[in-house]
Design a protein around this ligand. Structure first.
Ligand code: GDD
Ligand code: MG
Length: 371
């Protein structure tokens, strides 16, 4: 037995700037496909046959990439005139459905067993059931305190440090009964986390369950790199991970890797990408479609986007280069440096300590020398 799903994709992704300056957060590539594809894969893998993508602003990029079907799952789009908040958006899309449904945040990666979640939801008779996951620092999330049977006692969005007494947080996926939408007033923005769940907790009709399986919120350059590592190392089980095979190496048939270049697994080389003589790619590296890694260049524990050009002897370590960016010869990127899409970084620049270059920005030769 499964349910239809409402997927929320309305957020702005500000902490991922400049990567999100030209691409919406949910459409940023994770290895070879948009982040959102992994949410679709998860839902479809558990038999979800119909999903409504709930969009706070125009979903052109999503519609263009996915259309009306993905992995055998029908896709529909609910487009708000203006962002309605998480609760308002679930109401706007969910009122078109009959019976119980899943609602979920489209900006996290998960592999929880959805069938088990439904079974638990039915066993308690709850109006809402929240998937829970443990995290090291709950402050950026919704803290959920439960009784031994899973009944939610408190739901506290973005708790203050002194309020944190559990590591369990809202993993951003719910089973909801239609009557939950009675708590969502129409015509204004409503937060399900700040308005609806606290009300349900007070009446004892919302439950939480922590299920095994991978979970990650992709909200920062650091977690974006983490997501890549987890897919490439198959800590997070995905179709892409499977395609990497036993040698953890996936080189597209149309890519060109020079015989005297070195690939260190796990590694992914996209369609039409070029790795020149003496260059080294990996471990834990992604070279996007049509990208070029010039002679002697190094990309390690890093993501280099589609159509980028990494100059001779340049190194990109623990950093991210956005689509279409160009790094001149001898550039060095370290420690979570982020070069925005379409930026041009001249020769010999050193970018360190989380330095971010804006989308389309130009940096002259030898201008930056952070150490
Ligand atoms: N359609 C629509 N309209 N979607 C929205 C809107 C809106 O007005 N506002 C936010 N969303 C979407 C976002 O795109 C995201 O997928 C999801 O709703 C949650 O919003 P975020 O803005 O990303 O919230 P958060 O990351 O601070 O916290 C949420 O996620 C945490 C887990 O990652 C909360 O649900 C927390 O409780 C939770 O722990
Ligand atoms: Mg979020």
């Amino acid at each position: 037995m499964t349910l239809p799903a409402v997927i929320l994709v309305g957020g702005q992704g500000t902490r991922l700037r400049p990567l999100t300056d030209r691409t919406r957060k949910d459409m940023l590539a994770l290895v070879d496909r948009p982040l959102l594809a992994y949410t679709f894969e998860h839902l479809a893998g558990h038999g979800v046959a119909r999903s409504i993508v709930s969009c706070g602003y125009l979903p052109d990029q999503i519609q263009a990439a996915f259309g009306h079907e993905h992995d055998g799952m029908a896709l529909e789009y609910a487009i708000e005139d203006e962002p309605l908040g998480t609760g308002g958006a679930i109401g706007f899309a969910g009122r078109a459905l009959e019976g119980s449904f899943f609602a979920l945040n489209g900006d996290s990666l998960r592999e929880a067993d959805l069938g088990e979640m439904i079974a638990f939801h039915r066993s308690t008779g709850a109006k809402a059931t929240i998937l829970l996951t443990p995290v090291a620092d709950p402050s950026r999330y919704g803290l959920v305190r439960t009784a031994a049977d899973g009944r939610v006692e408190t739901f506290l969005e973005k708790p203050r440090p002194e309020e944190i007494d559990t590591d369990l947080i809202n993993a951003g996926l719910y089973v909801l009964e239609p009557e939950v939408l009675d708590l969502v007033p129409e015509g204004r923005a409503v937060s399900i986390e700040r308005e609806v769940f606290p009300t349900l907790a007070a009446e004892g009709s919302v439950y939480g369950i922590a299920l095994p399986g991978y979970w990650l919120d992709v909200g920062t350059p650091e977690s974006y790199l983490q997501a890549h590592r987890d897919v490439l190392e198959r800590i997070f089980s995905t179709q892409v991970g499977d395609a990497l095979g036993a040698d953890f190496t996936l080189v597209d048939d149309t890519a060109e890797v020079h015989p005297r270049a070195k690939l260190v697994p796990p590694v992914y080389v996209g369609p039409g990408a070029v790795v020149e003589e003496g260059a080294r790619l990996g471990s834990l590296a992604v070279l996007g479609a049509g990208a070029r890694l010039a002679r002697g260049g190094v990309v390690e524990n890093a993501v280099v986007g589609a159509r980028t050009s990494i100059g001779e002897g340049a190194s990109v370590v623990g950093s991210v280069v956005g689509d279409g960016a160009e790094l001149g010869a001898g550039c060095q990127l370290h420690n979570l440096a982020v070069v925005g899409p379409g930026a041009k970084v001249g020769e010999g620049n050193v970018l360190d300590h989380g330095l971010r270059v804006g989308a389309g920005q130009t940096i002259p030769d030898d201008a930056l020398h952070f150490t």
